[in-house]
Write a protein that binds this ligand. Structure first.
Ligand SMILES: [Zn+2]
Length: 620
């Protein structure tokens, strides 16, 4: 079934223009109106018109320097030209105040500002128009009047190619989309093209699913069936549904992809078509993560991200929680939805532990520092393992260990679920923001009536090694490490979200170096496949002696290289059952894998083996 709400088809150009002019004259008196013309999709050019109502004699327009990623990307670099005229058609002076801000003089009786912007940044974090489609994170293309950021706005798209439709979670009135303020407007992604739309109802809400992909690459019934499960599992875990409708936007391109972007009433997710064809696991995993963000980060929001400063970085210590713990809950949702089992969950946990332990920077950079330094992630040196850890990785592990510690401190009566629900009730629902890590600690202590200072001091603000076995004991598990020979490709590469893969280090004397691979090279293909999220696993599957083929680009020149995989000693981790598991540990584990606290009858007696974490860790 196709929902018609918010779906605008392109009609006769003249009629659209007349309606636009009529609506303009209706709304011009009171509010700022944007007209976005898809002027030249083949040249990736968009022309934006901002109709300013009568008001101050001078007005400043600001284009955000960052959006979607915690990285300054200076979208003003793409503004080709800007001009303005008053209501009588007279040209107005536009003065550049800084690289992203312009002042317009003579706006007292209203004005029209126009500019052309180049948009060809792909993925859920970008803004792009081409002959296939358009996808916008609107903050990357729309300037806002600094004095009217909190006022209602309207948005129209013009010169939309024949046969293209528009999908966005924004509410609409005839051909115009409406938002209460600029922040709400730009938290609403827009897809324009020949996508397929489905919809479903679940947990009392309406969901629209927009898929822009080759229908041969995915099974929409299977995706919808999994979305039902994810939505039901997440809303029941939070015991909340703070929306009536929600939109999923998916892109499955045949090229580089990888990632999802959260919004309050929607998400945009991009995954490589080949990986989606093989398994829906990446779709459901990323979807569970982005969907949970509608609470954690969009509504349960750290104070340091508010108000959003579009002119510079919002530095925050909370991304280990807002991102990392969202990854923790992503796993809980998948477990509750029956999309993964205990074995997969524990093997994922072991993998995450390995990832943290293998980065030497886990001894020098804390989870909070990693959050503060998110703004450096665009630089490849920063992504080196001796320089930084990932707040996703350590944050997810902190979420799991905090969950276990909460259960311990409360004898099974409270867990991560109570913390998130407490934060939802005491911050989100009351319109308050939380004080970064202190706010999480406040919630942990409120639901357990125990002191959690030790956890936050050592593992969140500090760089103490996490004593995995102290935490895992209460659920009858332990971590085992063994040294094995692992394949060594002779280089280290990293990607900035869905950006290209760049080589950050080449081992001296390795076959990779002899084959001609150099630091700074961009890898476009590995093993005959376009580089994507799954490239790392593809390489990890190779054995010493296998041949690695790569297409590599540097200084505009493309080379094909191949070399033999070497072997190297490395510690690998496994999460295993304890030799003896008590009934209490078994009951605790069952509740943990459901993401729930234990009921009074299953909690059992207070037992030294299951009450060990807090005191044991405290003594160190
Ligand atoms: Zn996230």
């Amino acid at each position: 079934m196709t929902s018609r709400a918010n779906l605008i088809r392109r009609g006769d150009g003249l009629v659209v223009l007349l309606v636009a002019i009529l609506l303009q004259s209706c709304t011009a008196a009171s509010q700022v109106a944007y007209n976005v013309a898809l002027a030249s999709p083949e040249q990736h050019l968009v022309e934006v018109q901002i109709i300013l109502p009568p008001g101050p004699a001078e007005r400043d327009l600001q284009l955000p320097v960052w959006n979607a990623l915690y990285q300054v990307r200076d979208f003003a670099q793409f503004v080709n030209w800007i001009r303005a005229r008053d209501s009588a058609g007279k040209t107005l002076t536009v003065r550049e105040q800084d690289k992203s801000r312009w002042q317009i003089e003579g706006t007292a009786n209203g004005a029209t500002v126009e500019y052309q912007i180049f948009v060809d940044s792909l993925g859920p974090f970008g803004a792009q128009v081409n002959t296939h489609h358009a996808f916008f994170n609107l903050a990357e293309i729309l300037m806002y009047p600094v004095d009217a950021r909190n006022s209602p706005l309207s948005l129209r798209f013009t010169q939309v190619p024949n046969g293209w439709h528009i999908a966005t979670p924004l509410k609409s009135d005839r051909d115009a989309f409406l938002a209460d303020n600029y922040d709400r407007l730009v938290d609403s992604p827009v897809e324009i093209g020949e996508f397929r739309e489905s919809d479903f109802d679940e947990s009392g809400a309406h969901f629209r699913v927009i898929i822009d992909a080759d229908p041969a690459d995915y099974d929409s019934d299977k995706i919808l069936a999994d979305l039902h499960k994810v939505v039901a599992a997440a809303t029941s875990w939070m015991n909340d549904r703070p929306f009536d409708s929600y939109m999923f936007i998916y892109h499955f391109p045949h090229g580089p992809a990888g990632g999802g972007m959260e919004h309050a009433y929607s998400t945009a997710i991009e995954l490589n078509a080949d990986s989606v064809k093989q398994s829906l696991y990446p779709v459901t995993a990323v979807t569970a993560h982005e969907f949970f963000h509608l609470w954690n980060v969009k509504r349960i929001r750290p104070q340091t991200l508010e108000p959003i400063d579009y002119t510079r970085e919002n530095f925050t210590r909370a991304l280990w929680f807002s991102e990392g713990v969202t990854s923790t809950v992503e796993e809980i949702i998948q477990l509750r939805a029956g999309l993964i089992d205990e074995k997969q969950f524990l093997s994922h946990l072991a993998g995450e532990i390995g990832e943290l332990e293998h980065r030497p920077a886990h001894l020098t950079q804390s989870a909070e520092q990693s959050s503060m330094d998110a703004w450096l992630e665009g630089y490849s040196y920063y992504r080196r393992p001796e320089r930084s850890i990932s707040y996703y990785n350590k944050g997810e592990l902190l979420g799991i260990m905090l969950d276990l510690a909460l259960r311990d401190a409360s004898h099974g009566q409270a867990c991560l679920r109570e913390v998130l629900q407490w934060m939802n009730a005491n911050y989100a629902k009351k319109g308050r923001f939380f004080d970064d890590s202190n706010g999480v600690r406040e919630a942990a202590e409120a639901v357990t009536h125990a002191d959690f200072g030790w956890f936050f001091t050592k593992y969140v603000a500090g760089t103490d090694e996490l004593p995995w076995n102290d935490f895992l004991r209460s659920v009858g598990l332990k971590i085992e490490s063994q040294t094995t020979t692992v394949p060594d490709p002779g280089f280290l590469a990293s990607r900035n979200f869905d950006g290209p893969m760049s080589v950050v280090a080449v081992s001296p004397g390795s076959d990779a170096e002899r084959a001609g691979l150099r630091e700074g090279d961009t890898i476009t293909e590995l093993l005959g496949k376009t580089v994507g999220q799954e490239s790392r696993q593809d390489v990890a599957r190779l054995k010493p002696g296998d041949t690695l083929t790569a297409k590599v680009r540097s200084h505009g020149r493309e080379r094909e290289l191949k070399w033999k995989i070497a072997g190297r000693q490395e510690t690998s981790y496994e999460v295993k059952d304890l030799d003896q598991i008590t009934p209490d540990q078994r009951a605790r584990r069952a509740a943990w894998l459901k993401g729930e606290a234990q009921t009074q009858t299953t909690a059992g007696t207070i037992h030294p083996a299951s009450a060990g974490i807090t005191s044991g860790v405290n003594q160190k």
